[in-house]
Design a protein around this ligand. Structure first.
Ligand SMILES: Cc1cc2nc3c(=O)[nH]c(=O)nc-3n(C[C@H](O)[C@H](O)[C@H](O)COP(=O)(O)OP(=O)(O)OC[C@H]3O[C@@H](n4cnc5c(N)ncnc54)[C@H](O)[C@@H]3O)c2cc1C
Ligand code: SF4
Length: 451
């Protein structure tokens, strides 16, 4: 029989049962692999504690769990010692459009290769011993797994985004004493590391650089079943190769099956899967711009950039040291950088910034009214208009309708070449209609303590 450990029980009963886990892997990291590990079910990696577990979770790891009580308001005070002037963008020391000058490798990057180039620079200059990165998993082709990259080639092999949550803080148990690391993490994972660093956790202090993607929506892996039906691929056909963003920017979803059949959908067209398969993690997250990463990078979604079809990223630098490193890399012609202002930065991601900062808060508030458990990040927007709440109710309604089996069946019956462009048209129209309410006063959003 499993021994009783209070913190494990809390994780199991409060977080896992209510599907609040952010899949970071932290709570299993102080146990050996036989006692606790992350297990990927079809949707996301979740902690699993064995019946012979011999000890409880370390208290500081439990406190850092993003699904538990990780408080962004306190974290800003304790880590940065200040609050952002511009909350949607977070603390910024530098804001740029940036791209790698290594054009021959551009088709391998997620967007413009800034993260890969910075990691290589850190490694070559012995600022780190290894980088803890994510690469596509062989066991679960749509997901990923962490690994320690110790060479330039290994760093290059992990270029590309894996658009699902991947546990990488369970890597703590593989840390070697006296080594320094860089890590790539999703927003709540970055915040959890900062919480531990503030509390002088020795392993967290071995992480010298956090590089993180802007993180919008992630899909649950079930979407592949729909694609199989749509493309008339046998349900037992196994995946041979999977890429979220194959080829030149912005890239295409590529799935090659063992039978030789293949699916390739341009990135802007497979967005129609989002309302049907959006993951709960995306709906519960309030952090789009990876507020606690030293360097946060996203795609430069701007009509001017998109027209040229050349990959550029938005590069949001949060401290002076990284700013200096980027400038050295620019002077050595490793990367290109163009300074941009806050308004331009906001305009590139206005809808997603609002979806996370106002939308997630409204969604969680409504759930709490119905006694449904949600995470609580200790922050809330200071001012939400009535019309904004109505818009969120409409979004919730659409997600709900799309989650029904009948809606999914209907979606599966419509050919890709009709659905992709139609959805893209509807998405752009919706963006246009909701623009006044969603983008209104975005730069004036202030987050205050949520008691
Ligand atoms: C889940 C997810 C959602 C995203 N959503 C958006 C969005 O809505 N809007 C937007 O503009 N940009 C988004 N991005 C960011 C974008 O896809 C690129 O990752 C970013 O622009 C960096 O590009 P790059 O070319 O510099 O990265 P690269 O140089 O190609 O390096 C990518 C790095 O990211 C790491 N990585 C990949 N997947 C993960 C993961 N799941 N968890 C942790 N690390 C990972 C890899 O280790 C690799 O080092 C998202 C990224 C992810 C992973
Ligand atoms: S969010 Fe992280 S720490 Fe919390 S339960 Fe999930 S894996 Fe464990």
């Amino acid at each position: 029989m499993k021994k009783k450990f209070t913190l494990i029980e809390e994780i199991e009963n409060k977080i896992l049962k209510n599907d609040l886990c952010f899949s970071c892997g932290l709570c299993v990291s102080s146990h050996n692999y036989d006692e606790a590990k992350m297990v990927t079910n079809y949707e996301k990696p979740m902690p699993s504690f064995s019946s012979n577990v011999s000890k409880d979770i370390d208290q500081d790891l439990f406190n850092a769990c993003p699904a538990n009580k990780l408080n962004y308001y306190d974290l800003y005070k304790n880590f940065y010692k200040k609050f952002p002037d511009n909350w949607p963008l977070g603390i910024t020391e530098g804001l740029f459009l940036g791209w790698s000058n290594d054009y021959k490798n551009h088709k391998h990057f997620s967007s413009a290769g800034i993260i890969t180039e910075v990691l290589i620079y850190l490694l070559k200059n012995k600022l780190i011993d290894a980088a803890i990165l994510i690469k596509q998993s062989n066991k679960n082709p749509t997901g990923g797994e962490y690994f320690f990259a110790r060479t330039e080639t290994e760093i290059r092999q992990s270029s590309q985004s894996v658009y699902t949550a991947v546990s990488n803080l369970d890597s703590f148990r593989d840390f070697k004493v006296n080594e320094n690391y860089a890590i790539t993490t999703l927003p709540e994972q970055s915040a959890a590391i900062r919480y531990l660093q503030v509390n002088k956790n020795l392993k967290a202090l071995q992480i010298k650089y956090i590089l993180g993607p802007y993180t919008g929506t992630m899909l649950s892996s079930n979407f592949l079943n729909s694609l199989k039906l749509k493309y008339k691929i046998n349900k037992f056909d196994k995946i041979d190769e999977f890429k979220w963003r194959d080829g030149n920017w912005p890239g295409s979803l590529l799935v090659n099956y063992k039978s030789g059949k293949s699916i390739s959908i341009p990135k802007i067209y497979y967005n129609y899967l989002i309302p049907f398969y959006i993951s709960k993690i995306s709906l519960n997250s309030m952090d789009f711009v990876n507020e606690f990463a030293d360097l946060a990078v996203g795609d430069a979604w701007s009509p001017i950039v998109e027209k040229k079809s050349k990959a550029k990223s938005i590069v949001n630098v949060r401290n002076e040291e990284l700013n200096k490193i980027l400038n050295i890399m620019k002077n050595k012609s490793i990367i290109s950088l163009e300074s941009i202002n806050e308004n331009f930065a906001l305009s590139m991601h206005g809808h997603m910034l609002d979806f996370k900062k106002r939308g997630s808060y409204i969604r969680m508030l409504i759930k709490r009214k119905f006694n449904i458990k949600t995470p609580n990040f200790g922050i809330k927007p200071n001012n939400i208009t009535f019309i904004r709440i109505v818009i969120e109710l409409f979004i919730i309604f659409i997600f709900k309708i799309c989650s029904f089996k009948l809606s999914i069946k209907l979606m599966e019956s419509i050919p890709e070449k009709i659905l992709g462009p139609t959805f893209n048209y509807l998405r752009l129209s919706w963006k246009f209609i909701s623009k006044p309410a969603k983008r209104k006063n975005l730069n004036l959003i202030k987050m205050v303590r949520d008691e």
